[in-house]
Design a binder for this molecule. Structure first.
Ligand SMILES: Nc1ncnc2c1ncn2[C@@H]1O[C@H](COP(=O)(O)OP(=O)(O)OP(=O)(O)O)[C@@H](O)[C@H]1O
Length: 268
């Protein structure tokens, strides 16, 4: 099988803090894969390593068969053009119209004439159902619309790999469902491969082919949505079913009840 992303024995940290520890992960070409885990477990860092924005300290990150650590600046720049990235909250340019946001990458990275950029931009907006809002400013959009514009922008150059960082955050349930379906549709229509970082288990299980669970920088579980749904692993079970207590404790570690309240009522 051809892998769009292949990660082996990856360690990565910031300063002395080791964030990712011995990661092995593959993303087959054409698939949609989710990386899940709690806040701070290293998901965004992993996504940025796949996009070539960060480079591995140890181990290997291959995108389309190319080892990112062996690339020079020009090769990395060319590789990043093949990657569409949707940042947390969409992060549109607030002083540019919807049209100019989507056209931005084409104007920066291609020599296409303005008439062609216009047609392509409208096609991209059409694909996310928003051709009619091309002249609006980002402040005039709802959260769900802004997210869809960000998707049109992220796919403007027909990327081979699309990386989504928390695409569902802050959306109402209906918009979440619409964004989820769109992520799947764009992936399949563009013949792309997509990786989705999220802690929204229910929404992503409806659309992805495979899931990796990360906890404290380590992959602790993986499988198809069906396998994950049926998993008896305590961590996965707690995550999927949204249970307050389990391997991830409800209480922050601290003194025991006995130490704080005494052995018996009235005792210090
Ligand atoms: N640029 C940075 N410099 C130093 N530490 C960082 C940097 N970026 C992230 N970290 C730390 O690395 C750890 C992992 O962060 P990361 O953003 O990858 O986690 P995450 O799982 O995506 O979290 P979230 O779901 O909250 O976005 C955290 O402890 C974070 O504080």
């Amino acid at each position: 099988m051809i892998h769009q992303v292949e990660i082996r024995d990856l360690n990565f940290g910031y300063g002395d803090q080791l964030v990712l520890k011995g990661i092995h992960l593959t993303v087959p070409k054409g698939s949609l894969v989710a990386i899940m885990g709690l806040s701070g477990c290293g998901k965004t860092t992993l996504l940025r390593l796949m996009g070539g924005q960060l480079l591995a300290r140890q181990g290997s990150v291959r995108v389309a068969g190319q080892e990112l650590n062996h690339m020079n600046e020009a090769q990395l720049y060319a590789m990043r053009r093949q990657v569409g990235m949707l940042f947390q909250f969409g992060a549109l340019f607030t002083d540019l119209s919807v049209f100019d946001n989507v056209a931005f990458q084409m104007r920066e990275h291609t020599r296409l004439p303005e008439s062609m950029i216009r047609d392509l931009t409208l096609m991209k907006l059409n694909a996310v159902g928003l051709r009619g809002v091309q002249s609006l400013m980002p402040a005039e959009l709802s959260g769900g619309m802004a997210r869809r514009v960000a998707m049109a922008r992220a796919t403007a150059l027909d990327p081979a790999l699309i990386l989504y960082d928390e695409p569902f955050t802050g959306l109402d349930p209906i918009s979440m469902g619409a964004i989820g379906r769109l992520i799947r549709q764009l992936n399949d229509a563009l013949g792309a491969t997509s990786v989705l970082v999220t802690h929204d288990v229910q929404e992503s299980m409806k659309i992805v082919d495979y899931i990796y669970f990360v906890s404290d920088g380590v992959i602790v579980a993986q499988g198809t949505p069906e396998e994950i749904h049926a998993s008896a692993l305590p961590f996965v079970h707690q995550f999927v079913w949204g249970e307050a207590d389990g391997p991830l404790p409800f209480h922050y570690p601290g003194p025991t009840l006995k130490m704080d309240f005494g052995d018996e009522r009235g005792q210090a």
